[in-house]
Design a protein around this ligand. Sequence first.
Ligand SMILES: Nc1nc2c(ncn2[C@@H]2O[C@H](COP(=O)(O)OP(=O)(O)OP(=O)(O)O)[C@@H](O)[C@H]2O)c(=O)[nH]1
Ligand SMILES: [Mg+2]
Length: 216
Amino acid sequence: MSSDDEAEEYLFKIVIIGDSAVGKSNLLSRYARNEFNMHSKATIGVEFQTQSMEIDGKEVKAQIWDTAGQERFRAVTSAYYRGAVGALVVYDISRRTTFDSVGRWLDELRTHCDTTVAMMLVGNKSDLQNIRSISVEEGKNLAEEQGMFFMETSALDSTNVKKAFEIVIQEIYKTVSRKVLNSDSYKAELSVNRVSLVDNGDKSTQTQTSSSCCSR
Ligand SMILES: Nc1nc2c(ncn2[C@@H]2O[C@H](COP(=O)(O)OP(=O)(O)OP(=O)(O)O)[C@@H](O)[C@H]2O)c(=O)[nH]1
Ligand SMILES: [Mg+2]
């Protein structure tokens, strides 16, 4: 490996969307700061946190954006989605209405993000087993239908929170690596990142089929 490889830097924007009070802000605070707030207030406007992880020996940074589920508190929608390459679409396993809204959130996501976005459907509050109203199966089926990853999480007891974010980040990394291998123009698009994953004449890499989550 040349020393150039160590200088590579990746910065991915990921958005969290879903109805109010499904736990978006707590999922983010659990992941980024290992904090949970039982009495958190509804988000007003936009907040983001940056979190790093290592993939293939490289530092990959995720800039994770969180906004209000309530329409009246939301920031400018197009700006929120601009440049996003990953999304967590969250519902609350104990509230059916939040699951019914997933389609609407997906419509909005697809309207504003033209690139391939790595998407995960997240059923949060898995600790509330006794008042569950959406089964794991139902969640899984919807995710499959929509070409998304699926995971049930609990921001309260930490179950699967790290895993959910990391799966999305890894998928984005894979997609970016593939795109860089296949397109020079994409490198220009990623000008903020020093991506230098070039095809070293190994033509077999060109013929790999994409298993992107949202290729339908
Ligand atoms: N039991 C349980 N409660 C949770 C969990 N995650 C969040 N909550 C609670 O649900 C409520 C709403 O959480 P938030 O994180 O503020 O929800 P939000 O999706 O950011 O809401 P908006 O900002 O209004 O869109 C708070 O009282 C949290 O303590 C969880 O995994 N389990
Ligand atoms: Mg919030």
